[in-house]
Design a protein around this ligand. Structure first.
Ligand code: 13P
Length: 260
């Protein structure tokens, strides 16, 4: 067993098209995972499906995540959803700072930080996403960008709080493009993130925090990626919309765990 149990999460994004399809997809994953706990598994679903998916996943070890939330507890915030509302719908996790929110909706590190603190306070396990764009990589700014995102998004957290946070390194150029970071490229950034965590929170916490890789993870590249020493799981987009593909990635995680 590796020091950090591998964690494979699916990010359904704005899919599937209706609640029946959401139930069916969740049931396919639930049935394939069974009671197996060798790899931690969670599904990040659109808010409107959370209650239905939570029902499907009851009695299963699979976690349930929202894909975003707002930091205030309640009040006049039209269209927003609070941490306690996610908990009420059966969530255990919440994805924060996804690149589609950072780049598509203008979410800042400061906002991600406020959401992160509110999620932790409510008792949700946050998955905080970060990663560079193609332009940033090509101009050799990957480490500077990732370091700034870490500093801004995780500002003010104690080591104890940080132990409850999962990070997801998702190079923006690899998301939904079919271009995966090579295991060497991904491992190098993961090792850099862990080094930065050590500087900010101490070696013990840096050794405990799980860092998922995300960006075109598929059944045929998952084993190689998940076998890297600092890659502790995957945040899967497109390939999690087919239960069989997502289950194949979970299987790759089990194999990778056995050799870590
Ligand atoms: P893809 O797996 O579709 O590239 O998406 C990755 C992602 O954004 C997961 O959050």
């Amino acid at each position: 067993m590796p020091a950090r149990k591998l964690f494979v999460a699916g990010n359904w994004k704005m899919n599937p098209a209706n609640v029946e399809a959401a139930r069916a997809l969740a049931a396919g994953v639930r049935d394939g995972v069974g009671t197996s706990a060798e790899v931690e598994v969670a599904l990040g679903c659109p808010a409107v499906y959370l209650s239905a998916v939570s029902e499907v996943l009851s009695d299963s070890p699979i976690g349930l995540g929202g894909q975003n939330m707002y930091w205030a507890k309640d009040g006049a915030y039209t269209g927003e959803i609070s941490a306690s509302m996610l908990l009420d719908q059966g969530c255990t996790h919440v994805i924060l700072g996804h690149s589609e929110r950072r780049h598509g909706m203008g979410e800042t590190d400061e906002q991600v930080n406020k959401k992160l603190k509110a999620a932790l306070e409510a008792g949700l396990y946050p998955i905080v996403c970060l990663g560079e764009t193609l332009e940033e990589r090509e101009s050799d700014r990957t480490e500077a960008v990732v370091a700034a995102q870490l500093q801004g998004s995780l500002a003010g957290l104690t080591p104890e709080e940080m132990n409850k946070v999962v990070l997801a390194y998702e190079p923006v150029w690899a998301i939904g493009t079919g271009k995966t970071a090579s295991p060497e490229q991904a491992q190098a950034v993961h090792a850099f993130i862990r080094k930065k965590l050590g500087e900010a929170f101490g070696e013990k916490t840096a050794g405990l925090v799980k860092i998922q890789y995300g960006g075109s993870v598929k059944p045929d590249n998952a084993l190689e990626l998940l076998s890297c020493p600092d890659i502790d799981g995957a945040l899967v987009g497109g390939a999690c919309l087919k239960a069989a593909d997502f289950l194949a990635i979970i299987e790759a995680g089990k194999k990778a765990s056995a050799s870590k």
